[in-house]
Design a protein around this ligand. Structure first.
Ligand code: SF4
Length: 366
């Protein structure tokens, strides 16, 4: 039976990290002199929606104490451009803090990738960060967040940050869930820890933080995600991504087959993305048919940026959608309606452009 630990995090984050690792059976995985790569969720979109720096530093110090010869923190953030990535890292103080503990940051985007071609459920070609593939020990370190498409975004999905920037969008177009599962067949983290000191509800980047004060850890990424998902109100068997990963032989998603050690599992339900949309935008009608998660994310961004200035109350996207005449249509899939409808171009459309369209009175739309 696979083991997942739940550990309370107090003021001594390093001690909690070490205890989480010990309880999860991760002590001894790192051998003297090993090259260790830590993969946080540093998305370059929002620091609150990122793995906490204090958790990453605790992981660095723990890996070094375990005998690692080199500890590298690697990430391929959301493709928002080098300037924004650098500004995000600077605001976090990441590079200096890592240097102070004897580690360094590597931006996967500008480092080497190993190419994989013509594999099932994946785009025709993808590139995975060579560092993450070829290190001795990969530590997977996501933040606990809800997600519009995956319900929760945790260890299994966090590996998407090892892809080349262009591959990330291709994943959304080809089918995010099967593609993420296929990616997890190619890259297997040795240690997984979900940072749940605070969790994000309502959205995966723009949501609100909820203090949970926990680390959830294991060697099995699917089991770790299953326990973390249950912790925030998605019981066993309700997260399609984890069921798919289990069916692919990547780990255990059934809670009755997972030994939970440490603190008891006491679920604390987080607000789902859809619930938040209904609560914050009760007048908004979303018409969607066959749309992918990238358009959904662009709409979320647009709604957040538009805030109280929004004028549009009907939005449509997806290749099979048949939008009402007064709907704002999003993305290249709705191209055939552009002559007659207010629209935003792009695949996916840019969140700021969606916001501008949402804020334009219907009669003034292009
Ligand atoms: S336009 Fe939107 S729904 Fe269509 S493929 Fe692009 S991102 Fe997906």
């Amino acid at each position: 039976m696979t083991t997942v630990s739940i550990t309370r995090v107090g003021t001594d984050v390093d001690a909690a990290f070490a205890l989480a690792m010990e309880r999860a059976g991760c002590t001894g995985i790192i051998k003297p002199g090993n090259r260790v790569v830590i993969k946080p969720n540093w998305n370059a979109c929002a620091i609150p929606g990122s793995t906490k720096l204090v958790t990453v530093l605790a992981a660095c110090r723990w890996a070094q104490a375990q005998g690692a010869g080199e500890v590298i923190v690697g990430e391929g953030p959301v493709p928002v451009g080098r300037e924004r990535i650098d500004a995000y890292l600077a605001e976090m103080g990441a590079l200096e803090a890592l240097a102070a503990v004897g580690s360094r940051f590597v931006l996967f985007d500008t480092d080497g990738h190993v190419l994989f071609k013509d594999l099932p459920d994946l785009p025709p070609e993808i590139g995975i960060a060579r560092l993450a593939l070829e290190c001795d020990v990969l530590i997977n370190l996501p933040l606990l967040k809800v997600h519009s498409c995956c319900l929760t975004t945790l260890c299994v999905k966090n590996l998407k940050g090892c892809l080349r920037p262009a591959d990330k969008m291709a994943f959304h177009r080809i089918g995010l869930l099967p593609a993420v599962v296929a990616l997890n067949r190619l890259i297997r983290p040795h240690i997984n820890l979900v940072d749940a000191i605070e969790a994000m509800e309502g959205d995966h980047n723009r949501g609100e933080m909820v203090p949970l004060g926990l680390f959830i850890a294991g060697t099995d990424p699917v089991a770790t995600d299953a326990v973390a998902s249950a912790q925030v109100g998605f019981p066993s068997g309700t997260v399609p991504l984890l069921k798919l990963a289990h069916a692919a032989g990547l780990g255990e998603h059934r809670l009755d087959q997972i030994e939970v050690v440490g603190e008891p599992l006491v679920p604390q339900r987080l607000e789902r993305v859809q619930d938040r949309l209904l609560r914050k935008y009760p007048d908004l009608q979303i018409q969607e048919a066959g749309g992918c998660s990238a358009c959904s994310a662009a709409l979320m961004d647009g709604l957040f940026i538009a805030g109280g200035n929004r004028k549009a109350s009907k939005v449509a996207f997806g290749p099979q959608v048949e939008p009402d005449a007064d709907a704002l249509v999003l993305g290249a899939c709705t191209r055939k309606y552009w002559a007659t409808h207010a629209h935003v171009v792009g695949c996916p459309p840019d969140g700021a452009a969606v916001a501008r369209a949402l804020c334009t009175p219907p009669g003034d739309q292009a």
